[in-house]
Design a protein around this ligand. Structure first.
Ligand code: HEM
Length: 537
């Protein structure tokens, strides 16, 4: 935290290896004890000792580095205020005067258009308050740690606790509706105070959920997103919607309070997305089940306390599948972390269930209805993927524009080369189109009767998922080309791009691969057009 006021001439006196200060963006950093740890080397810092090194710093780092190393900052360049004047608050974010219309850094297409002075019918004051809250939360609590968490291949439980405190976990688990019976609304930063809250819980809608997902995804890590949201978004909803009251009380409050975590365990080594043919079997025994089988690619499986498991309780096909909750402490449960190309901190697991005895009370809803419960959550799951994928694509665009505006080749900034602008243009048009379609579909989920949503929105949402993940793939590729070698190495300026590029498949395959989504989308849409609207086909 900055404390003192200095003149440039005073900083100049600290220019040796034993006493080394530098000025960056009008702040003074004492880097004496950092010289040997500086990843760019000691020499380069010493060359700038006692000087204003802003230009050189900006050439090699992202602004976020200074937040992470804030402890090195000892003051600012300038005069101390006269006695009785305001105390310096050098680290405070500037207050945005025109929050109504303008919010964020104003990088072209770096945020949705309603952040950049465009009107929109979808958002009101509580949405604007929520976006401000979420941005500050992600910038301070998530963004500085993402690289570290990713390398460590885990998200700390403390993040779940912090998100729970604000009501973010409950927002992720609800389908645009808050599960208010299962978390302490009045203890949540976002919702306490009813009508005076940041978001009045009675008014919480799908656009609030959208903002939370979209702003979280600014962290630029699918691993953190899947780590935090994976189980809550797909493992918990089948219990909230279909579970017995006793099962809900036993599981949901702990998950929404960040004390426990959950995952959805469907995919198997041999069954892939083919849910109807899964082989994990639950045989009835003594007032319960004995479960045997293997699950693979299970998001959050390495650390989850609860597993919402798809098992065969009946005959072949989709009519013989049930959902049963298995608990980590039950004998016969073992998990191991899988080594995947992306989403490292999400805890992707291979799971073995060997003669696991589970009480009947852990059955979700009715026996042999599991396939129906899974399918009912598909639209919600896919929309979650759409929101994350498109914001990750936006992160690629934002990073590419920022980097292209400072890096020069052949004496010209990258953004002044038409070939680079052409890449940015194609990225922007795809992101904006995907966002507009996403908003349109979200609006339908708020206005269309639920039974009709299942029929009418399944096709468009499947197509939208393919649209979002192909946009992500395109943007990750083009941003990598723009960053060059920096996006080929982990960490540093190209950190987000390198990671997102590795994570593209984790969006394009789960929740329905692009191939399945495109086919289903058209099949379903043709069926709906003929059956419901009388299209003469
Ligand atoms: C408070 C001051 C500074 C801090 C905390 C700092 C921190 C870092 C960090 C964390 C990295 C690793 C890459 C990254 O995460 O971006 C890095 C790399 C580097 N830094 Fe610094 N740095 C500082 C000042 C400077 C200055 C003043 C210069 C140049 C005059 C410089 C030149 C470099 C270079 C050349 C690299 C290697 C970049 C690469 O691998 O592409 N640093 N620095």
């Amino acid at each position: 935290m900055a404390t003192g006021y200095y003149q440039a001439s005073q900083v100049a006196a600290h220019s040796s290896e034993n006493d080394c200060w530098v000025i960056i963006h009008d702040k003074v950093y004492d880097v004496t004890n950092f010289l040997n740890d500086h990843p760019g080397g000691k020499k380069i810092l010493l060359k700038n000792a006692g000087l204003d090194a802003t230009k050189q710093f900006d050439a090699f780092h992202n602004a976020g580095v200074l937040e992470k190393y804030g402890a090195l900052c000892i003051g600012v360049i300038g005069e101390a205020p006269k006695e009785g004047g305001a105390t310096p608050v050098t680290d405070a974010a500037p207050v945005d005067e025109d929050d109504e219309l303008q919010f964020g850094e104003m990088i072209p297409f770096g945020d949705p258009s309603w952040y950049q002075q465009w009107g929109s019918p979808y958002y009101k004051e509580s949405h604007r308050r929520l976006r401000r809250f979420m941005r500050a939360f992600v910038d301070t609590e998530i963004m500085p740690h993402v690289h570290e968490w990713d390398e460590a291949k885990q998200v700390p439980m403390s993040l779940f606790g912090k998100c729970a405190e604000h009501g973010i976990l409950a927002s992720i688990a609800g389908h645009g509706k808050l599960p208010t019976e299962y978390f302490d609304v009045e203890a949540s930063t976002l919702f306490k105070g009813g009508a005076k809250a940041i978001v009045d819980p009675a008014e919480f809608d799908a656009f609030h959920s959208f903002i939370i997902g979209d702003e979280l995804a600014r962290c630029g890590s699918g691993g953190v997103l899947w780590g935090l949201c994976g189980g809550l978004g797909i493992g918990l909803p089948p219990i909230i919607v279909n579970g017995s009251e006793e099962l809900k009380r036993r599981i949901v409050p702990d998950c929404l309070a960040g004390r426990k975590t959950i995952c959805l365990a469907i995919t198997e080594p041999q069954a892939g997305s083919d849910v109807a043919n899964l082989t994990t079997v639950a045989n009835e025994a003594n007032d319960g089940y004995v479960i045997n089988g293997e699950k693979k690619w299970i998001t959050n499986g390495t650390f989850a306390d609860f597993f919402t498991v798809a098992c065969r309780t009946g005959g072949d096909g989709m009519g013989g599948v049930s959902l049963i909750v298995i608990e980590r402490g039950m004998p016969g449960v073992s998990t191991r972390q899988m080594q995947c190309s992306g989403v490292w901190s999400s805890g992707t697991a291979y799971i073995n269930f060997e003669d696991v005895h589970v009480p009947k009370a852990n059955l979700v809803g009715k026996e042999n209805r599991g396939f129906k419960y899974i399918v009912e959550n598909f639209n919600h799951e896919r929309m979650g993927i759409v929101v994350q994928a498109n914001r990750l694509a936006r992160v690629c665009l934002e990073e590419a524009i920022k980097y292209g505006s400072k890096r020069k080749t052949f004496g010209v900034k990258l953004v002044n080369h038409p070939v680079l602008r052409n890449k940015l243009a194609h990225m922007s048009r795809q992101i904006e189109a995907t966002h507009a379609w996403t908003e349109n579909v979200i609006y339908q989920t708020m206005t269309m009767p639920e039974d009709l949503q299942m029929i009418k929105l399944g096709g468009p949402i499947a197509l939208l998922k393919a649209q979002a993940t192909q946009t992500l793939e395109y943007c990750a590729r083009e941003a990598s080309q723009i960053f060059g070698g920096l996006a080929y190495t982990r960490g540093g300026q190209g950190e987000k791009i390198e990671r997102i590029y590795r994570e593209v498949r984790a969006y394009a395959i789960p929740g329905g691969s692009e191939e399945i989504m495109l086919d289903l989308g058209m099949r379903q849409s043709i069926k709906v057009a003929s059956m419901m609207y009388g299209a003469k086909l």
